[in-house]
Design a binder for this molecule. Sequence first.
Ligand SMILES: [Zn+2]
Length: 94
Amino acid sequence: MKTTTSTNPLSKLYCNTFGHKYEVSKKVTLHVKEYTCKCCKRQLTTNSNGHLTDLTPMFQEINSILERIYTNRMLRVKRQSEAPTKIYHLRKIA
Ligand SMILES: [Zn+2]
């Protein structure tokens, strides 16, 4: 995924003067999120130290792996919590 570079110089000037207007563009895990500046489209992400850093291709790769692990874990937790009720129903039938 390539970041678009079609930003107008005025919005960059605005960001340099007033600061970026970041909003969450993607939730990777509970603690890791990706942010995009509404003005200049600059992208940030949370690194392993919990600090914000530029969303480089390396971090995009890390985030996609993190997201996959996180989603898989959430699915497993969900299945585990559903399991006891299924056993209960089976016992009821038997
Ligand atoms: Zn900005």
